[in-house]
Design a protein around this ligand. Structure first.
Ligand SMILES: [Ca+2]
Ligand SMILES: [Ca+2]
Ligand SMILES: [Ca+2]
Ligand SMILES: [Ca+2]
Length: 339
């Protein structure tokens, strides 16, 4: 639905995933990097680090006793003809000039290593100050719930920043994407530390700053039988993960589809559900919405045509234990003319 140049117009920035910026130079995206000289001479529990499995191009550089942080930014220049604005929600982006419409600004300052400081930078950077310490400005949407999914281009992986307006770090849900909550720990100056922050900015818990990585989760299946399941709940400290995903089963016209579940556990019904449509998209007749007590392995669905479309939304339900919002579906085709 969205091409690379269909990100909201304006000038702003996002963290760079390892896979690259979500758009190319031709669409106004440029890269820059910031190397922060960190303290790193206390116990290892304070050392700078990134969360396990991080998808960010953020490197902990180890030189002798030094563990410094080098991270990369994707900066979009004010190009594009799309009159698309950043949707309401609970998330932040990097500031570059004027904040986009309806977004509030704020800042975070890192007190980098005081003695013999080796900070450096290059390329395109968010608004801020990049001398012996680091100051970065943010633009934030705070007028919306993180669990009300927003639409952004999902064809390339990307990052958003968390928002300091939530009680605990949350990832804004994005339609047709699976999110991972990640962090960077910055071991800032130990001697008379002057870390500071103001206004609206990313979620910051002391040295730990939180980021959200997104990967598309729309899948099409064309085999005569198959199975699919919810994305795994966190296996590490990355809880909670959220998902708003779809599966399209589409077969030759002579077939109908039978769908059943080895597992269908969706405890909450607020905005958490699995929906099954009798056709190829969400405009087709709804066969059922499954959540709460009607979400069980007794559910069996038969299509009337050659397609089924399934949407899962983990919504505002917070996983407090592993494997709470889970399903494991299997389908098989029946030749509708072969009775
Ligand atoms: Ca250092
Ligand atoms: Ca300093
Ligand atoms: Ca120091
Ligand atoms: Ca420190």
């Amino acid at each position: 639905m969205f091409a690379g140049d269909e990100w909201p117009r304006g000038s702003y920035g996002l963290p760079r995933p390892k896979s690259g910026c979500p758009g190319g130079k031709e669409n106004g995206w440029g890269e820059g990097w910031r190397y922060q000289d960190m303290q790193d001479d206390k116990s290892s529990s304070e050392w700078s680090r990134v969360s396990s499995g991080s998808h960010m191009l953020a490197v902990i550089t180890i030189k002798g006793d030094n563990r410094d942080v080098n991270r990369t930014f994707c900066m979009k220049q004010n190009t594009g003809i799309q009159a698309r604005f950043w949707p309401k929600g609970s998330y932040c982006i990097y500031k570059n000039g004027t904040c986009p419409k309806d977004m509030a600004s704020g800042w975070v300052e890192w007190d980098d290593e005081d003695s013999d400081n080796g900070n450096s930078h290059g390329g395109f950077l968010p608004d801020g100050s990049y001398d012996y310490n680091t100051l970065i400005y943010y633009c934030c949407q705070t007028d919306g719930h993180w669990y009300d999914s927003i639409e952004l281009p999902v064809s390339q992986p990307f990052y958003l920043l968390t928002s300091s307006s939530t009680d605990t770090p949350k990832c804004q849900m994005v339609k047709w994407a699976f999110s991972y909550l990640e962090y960077i720990v910055f071991d800032t100056e130990d001697n008379r530390n002057r870390d500071a922050q103001g206004g609206e900015h990313l979620f910051s818990d002391g040295d730990k700053k939180y980021y959200c990585y997104y990967e598309e989760c729309r899948r099409t299946m064309t085999g005569l039988s198959g199975s699919f399941r919810s994305h795994k709940a966190a296996v590490s400290e990355m809880d909670p993960r959220s998902q708003y995903c779809s599966w399209l089963i589409t077969l030759a016209e002579t077939y109908i589809i039978s769908l059943s579940f080895k597992d269908l556990t969706i405890p909450s019904c607020n905005d958490t559900f699995l929906r099954i449509y009798d056709g190829s998209n969400g405009a087709a007749p709804l066969l059922g919405t499954y959540c709460g007590s009607n979400a069980s392995t007794e559910v069996v669905v038969l299509s009337s045509t050659n397609s089924l479309y399934i949407v899962s939304n983990s919504g505002s339900y917070e996983r407090r234990a592993k494997n709470i919002f889970t399903f494991h579906a299997q389908y098989k085709a029946t030749n509708s003319t072969g009775w």
